[in-house]
Design a protein around this ligand. Structure first.
Ligand code: FAD
Ligand code: NAD
Length: 478
């Protein structure tokens, strides 16, 4: 006989663990199947919750971005403030150790939350069978059968491998390897100048690595507003990031010491030698072995098919997070997890896919919400825009953070905010003013009439909103 739960979640990443916690809060007897195992510094296997995001994604990458930024500040910026620090150095073991400690605190925190919410963490690999059964193969290979009224699939995603540069985790590495390097590479090649490529390139370039990024597309950060990506590209180049657009890696060969890559771009074929090559060309959902054929789970290309409310084609089976359509972002998956748990409880729940904030944690940071100007034009929308550069912000000047701008796009007729785009310091935090405004259906006039404290970086949003109507105060309106 199988053990029965009200809700079983397969996958304990930010989509799955949040769904499990919300389901438990709503009174359901809940279990979460999670197979993740970390190896600690003594070589001991430690099962962990938190998925990609906590173990090898959002959190460890931000820990290293923070550490490397402190190093840059101490080395290059503090002297401008009159602060004298001699002999600035970097201790990689300490930096990676700090990152590992943060990961273990946070993943341990989720385990504590599971205990407090009486969620059973079933350690092993889960597979959906017909009639809402879940078979779990535990780490010791024992197989146990469970069943539930509702099953939530949240198995996430893994990096895409390309045949031109197969990952060997030594010379050719993926994003997880790039978060745990034990020494600073002299030369790092990065395939893909997307989000991961830029964040990882930033970490290692700040520490002195010579980095070249090869991006297949001719446009840089095509999903960002072009005013923002153009400005960001300028800053990244100034920082020494060598970003080659329209450049495709066609092959690679690995030796004991280095990796040679062949790259095809408009000028022809060239070869480069690196001590490490990072492959960061996107991620694919984990669908292999998640469902028995007899369960008849419907797919949508590489992702599990869901309707707007995250239900699959099987009644009582839901799917959320990177596994399903939409951007592969932790907060998107978490919101879906909450919504599904509430729908199971018969409550009304809603995820607004039009207002998902995007952040790239480079320096300067890039953040946006809503539509880009390119998308608006493609959709034939009539728009008006307003921009404000941080160079004209008193607070940005005082901080020494004058790079970047805020751009606001509003509907030309109704003035409703359609998109807000920022490149600049603290963009990751500033964007939430725009997220709240857009959730409440605000106009640019609403933002323009809200009092903003002086001096703050947020005043740049205020001024950009004023600029939509050509009445910004601290720039000349054109
Ligand atoms: P995952 O986090 O991938 O979790 C899925 C879980 O399911 C995993 O733990 C896996 O072990 C488990 N699993 C899979 N199959 C089974 C099975 N059969 N049985 C049991 N368990 C299973 N997003 C952001 O929003 N902000 C960021 O700053 C950010 N930074 C990132 C940096 C990097 C380097 C990377 C790689 C990703 C980053 N992301 C970021 C993306 C983010 O990590 C993902 O969008 C998010 O983790 C997806 O959540 P998820 O729960 O859907 O899947
Ligand atoms: P990505 O889609 O952001 O970027 C991949 C880049 O690689 C693209 O620009 C693509 O054109 C390029 N590319 C693809 N094939 C190529 C090839 N053969 N040669 C050269 N370039 C090639 O993917 P990613 O950077 O791997 O990140 C995966 C996902 O993880 C992101 O889409 C995002 O959803 C998530 N993520 C988010 C954050 C964040 O929110 N700050 C950080 C990291 C990752």
């Amino acid at each position: 006989m199988s053990v029965k739960f009200d809700v079983i979640v397969i996958g304990g990443g930010p989509a799955g663990y949040v769904a499990a916690i919300r389901a438990a809060q709503l009174g359901f007897k809940t279990a979460c199947v999670e197979k993740w195992v970390n190896i600690d510094k003594d070589g001991v296997k430690v099962p962990a919750l938190g998925g990609t995001c906590l173990n090898v994604g959002c959190i460890p990458s931000k820990a290293l971005l923070e550490s490397s930024m402190h190093y840059t500040h101490a080395k290059d910026d503090l002297a401008k403030h009159g602060v004298k620090v001699g002999g600035v150095g970097i201790d990689i073991a300490q930096m990676i150790g700090r990152k590992d400690e943060i990961v273990s605190q946070l993943t341990g925190g989720i385990a504590q939350l599971f205990k407090a919410n009486k969620i059973e963490w079933i350690q092993g690999s889960g597979k959906l069978y017909a009639d809402k059964k879940v078979e779990v193969t535990k780490h010791n290979k024992d197989v146990i059968l469970f069943e539930a009224e509702h099953i939530i699939l949240a198995t996430g995603s893994i990096p895409i491998d390309i045949s031109a540069a197969p990952v060997d985790h030594e010379r050719i590495i993926d994003s997880s390897d790039a978060l745990s390097l034990q020494e600073i590479p002299k030369r790092l090649g990065v395939i893909g100048a997307g989000v991961i490529g830029l964040e990882m390139a930033s970490v290692w370039a700040r520490l002195g690595t010579e980095v070249i990024l090869f991006e297949a597309m001719d446009d840089f950060l095509a999903s960002a507003d072009s005013a923002i990506s153009k400005d960001a590209l300028r800053h990244f180049k100034k920082q020494g990031l060598d970003i080659r657009l329209g450049a495709r890696v066609t092959s690679s060969s690995v030796s004991k010491k280095d990796v040679t890559v062949t790259v095809q771009d408009a000028s022809g074929e060239q070869q480069f030698k690196f001590d490490r090559l990072l492959v960061a060309v996107g991620r694919i959902p984990v669908t292999e072995n998640i469902a028995d054929a007899a369960a008849n789970l419907l797919m949508d290309g590489q992702r599990v098919h869901v309707t707007g409310d995250c239900s699959t084609n099987i009644p009582g089976v839901w799917a959320i997070g990177d596994l399903v359509r939409g951007p592969m972002l932790a907060h998107k998956g978490s919101e879906e997890g909450v919504a599904v748990a509430e729908r199971i409880a018969g409550q009304y729940a809603h995820v607004n896919y039009d207002v998902i904030p995007w952040v790239i944690y480079t320096h300067p940071e890039i953040a946006w919400v809503g539509k880009t100007e390119q998308t608006c034009r493609q959709e034939g929308l009539e728009i008006k825009t307003g921009s404000f550069p941080f160079a004209a912000s008193g607070r940005a000047k005082a901080m020494g953070a004058t790079e970047g701008l805020v751009k606001i796009i509003a509907d030309a007729r109704t003035d409703k905010l359609l998109g807000v785009h920022i490149v600049g310091a603290n963009a990751s935090e500033l964007i939430h003013e725009a997220v709240v405004a857009m959730e409440f259906g605000a106009s640019s006039e609403d933002l323009a009439r809200i009092m903003h404290a002086h001096p703050t970086l947020a005043e740049a949003l205020h001024e950009a909103a004023l600029a939509v109507d050509k009445r910004a105060i601290h720039i000349v309106n054109k």
